[in-house]
Design a protein around this ligand. Structure first.
Ligand code: ADP
Ligand code: ZN
Length: 610
């Protein structure tokens, strides 16, 4: 059996090794066992039910919540010459009829269906007459009533246990939390399932968090390191900001689109389709954008406003780099974000318990932003993993910045808030501390208070960092009566009495900025991967892929993943045999595309010799 599944892995998918628990899961399901699979996005869940469906006799029935997901998966399988089909409400009766014919003839290995389609009584009856390899329930967290992706139809899937007691069922999700896990097991009747839990780490994603001062400029600088062919998502908190950022990117000559709940569904669908099918689109969106975005080559996710919890942040950033290639997550956060998110919670209609839960989540988010130690470890610990050595792939690991003792500065700041009657916002307070006679300062006669000019030793940016930290640490909070005003909290006592110390990380932001002023950062980034000169081949291979994908009206990644093209550019195969040895090139793709891509490599080598 082992040999068999390795042969299939090689010949169908073009991979030589399994990832994580894949092999164990596949063997367990082939043996007829039920399973619950918890794996992060990009962990390789699809193989866990696809391979057993190829090995076991009968068809593997895969339940997915969204038609768009179905379409992409089926398309990808057809490219591998796997006999796959789908049934959905989007089909014409003729199309559906054809699928039924193939089902009856035993000519399908995988069938994708929506839960409501599967649960139609006539369809369940029909399935009793067809040999079934397994049921796979993808995005199984949709069964959770408390989650954000709840789909009532998923609850009905509990009937599968009674209807088909002999058919193994495998539920899969990328949601980490323990409550959802328990819910999936009970609601789907998976009492006998073996549970496979992987680490939720996403090692290919680089996390960077910076203080927000001019989000558009910061975004622009970030993008100078990205090729115009890379796709990404920029999250903003409101529709209005989505529109502003999209305009800004368009002015910068980027391909940008918007997505938010205020658009009609046709516009949204159009933009989403373009994002999936074209290269180099930046989707500027509210959190309405995301579920069912199965695009593997999203290269970056930027949050220009702070998310309300680490759960949301991790899920949203997790949409980057599903293909396991290098990806980036950038967050810019500022004092206004914190103050506003806290205000949302206090002013919401939720009950007290709910508010407490939300506040605690927000605090974890804030602490993550202000952290001094490896971001990844903080995330993993938050999600219940033990964490490990520093990751080497987050801003803090990459730019270890000194921490400075801000105790005295903090006391000056608190004292300044106190002297100016606890009604002013940060900008004014910083002016007072730095001794700047602004119009406001003079108007309120704050050039006469004792804290005027006692903070000239620190820059404006440093003072902003101090205030941000004081808000995060709970020494200051918003004054409810004043628009941006801050007031002291009870927590200040020990700090004012010098019984507590405050440490702040020095922001290495200047470095972040200076590195982007240099021209051609993208070129350098590519050269880092390939060595000088070879990036041209990478571009040529991508161009060929675009051409093929346009001709077939399928997304580029369905032809070859970025990883596969990257290895091709590195190895420069000259024969079909060498091509077949590249990860991601199986038999079907070798036949379809091997010769075309070999020619690209050959032409490139010829040109290079000249
Ligand atoms: P998930 O559904 O968990 O997000 P996918 O099944 O889409 O993950 O797989 C993520 C990526 O990993 C895809 O690009 C897939 O082709 C690749 N992949 C899956 N299994 C393997 C493997 N054994 N070796 C190499 N790449 C793999
Ligand atoms: Zn790190």
């Amino acid at each position: 059996m082992r040999q068999r599944i390795y042969d299939l892995l090689r010949s169908v998918y073009g991979y030589s090794q399994f990832l994580g628990h894949q092999e164990e899961i596949i063997e367990h399901v082939i043996g007829g066992g039920d399973a619950l699979v918890l794996m992060p996005t990009g962990g390789g869940k699809s193989l866990c039910y696809q391979l057993p469906s190829l090995v076991r006799s009968g068809v593997g029935v895969v339940v997915t919540p969204l038609i768009s997901l179905m379409r992409d998966q089926v398309e990808a399988l057809l490219q591998l010459n796997v006999r796959a089909g789908s049934l959905s409400s989007a089909q014409t009766p003729e199309e559906a009829h054809q699928v039924f014919q193939r089902l009856s003839a035993g000519a399908l290995d995988l069938l994708y269906v929506s839960p409501e389609r599967l649960l139609r009584p006539d369809f369940l009856d029909y399935l009793h007459q067809v040999p079934l390899a397994l049921f796979a329930i993808d995005e199984a967290h949709c069964v959770s009533q408390w989650g954000h992706d709840f789909r009532p139809d998923y609850l009905g899937l509990s009937v599968l246990e009674n209807h088909f007691p002999m058919v193994p069922r495998i539920a899969l999700t990328a949601t980490a939390d323990v409550t959802t896990r328990a819910e999936i097991l009970t609601r789907l009747g998976l009492g006998r399932a073996r549970i496979f839990i992987s680490s939720f780490d996403r090692p290919n994603i680089r996390y960077t968090v910076i203080a927000k001062n001019n989000p558009h400029l910061q975004l622009r600088h970030f993008l100078t390191r990205k090729s115009p062919k890379e796709s990404g998502i920029v999250y903003r908190i409101s529709r209005n900001k989505v529109a502003l950022t999209c305009d800004y990117l368009l002015q910068q000559g980027r391909k940008a689109l918007t997505y938010h709940a205020g658009m009609n569904s046709k516009q949204r669908q159009e933009n989403q389709d373009r994002f999936l099918n074209e290269e180099g689109i930046i989707m500027v969106a509210t959190i309405a954008f995301g579920l069912g975005i199965d695009k593997p080559d999203v290269r970056f996710v930027v949050h220009l406003d702070m998310p309300k919890s680490l759960e949301a942040y991790y899920q949203e950033t997790g949409r980057a780099g599903r293909d396991r290639e290098k990806a980036e997550a950038l967050l810019t956060y500022g004092l206004e974000d914190m103050v506003m998110l806290r205000k949302f919670i206090t002013e919401s209609n939720a009950d007290e318990t709910q508010k407490r839960v939300e506040s605690a989540k927000l605090e974890s988010m804030l602490n993550y932003c202000e952290a001094f130690s490896c971001r990844r470890n903080i995330l993993l610990r938050y999600f219940g993993e033990t964490g490990g050595a520093d990751c080497g792939n987050c801003d803090i690991c990459l730019n270890p910045a000194p921490v400075w003792d801000a105790t005295l500065a903090s006391r000056k700041a608190l004292s300044c808030v106190h002297r100016t009657e606890q009604i002013f916002g940060v900008r004014h307070l910083v002016n007072v501390l730095r001794g700047i006679e602004s119009e406001q300062v003079l108007k309120h006669r704050h050039h006469l208070v004792s804290t005027f000019g006692i903070g000239k030793d620190l820059s404006e940016r440093q003072w902003h960092a101090v205030f941000r930290h004081l808000v995060v640490a709970g020494y200051l909070c918003k004054n409810d009566h004043e628009f941006a005003g801050l007031k002291l909290t009870h927590a200040c006592g020990p700090l004012l009495r010098d019984e507590q110390k405050v440490f702040i990380r020095q922001e290495p932001e200047e470095k972040f900025f200076s590195s982007v002023k240099k021209k051609n950062n993208y070129k350098r980034a590519v050269e880092e991967v390939f060595g000088e000169g070879k990036e041209d081949l990478w571009d040529l291979l991508r161009a060929k892929r675009s051409e093929l994908s346009l001709a077939q009206k399928v997304p580029p990644y369905v032809i070859f993943h970025d990883a596969t093209l990257r290895i091709m550019a590195e190895k420069q195969p000259r024969t079909l045999e060498q091509m077949m040895a590249i990860s991601g090139v199986g038999k079907a793709k070798l036949e379809k595309y091997g010769p075309v891509f070999l020619r690209v490599v050959e032409d490139f080598i010829k040109h290079h010799r000249k």
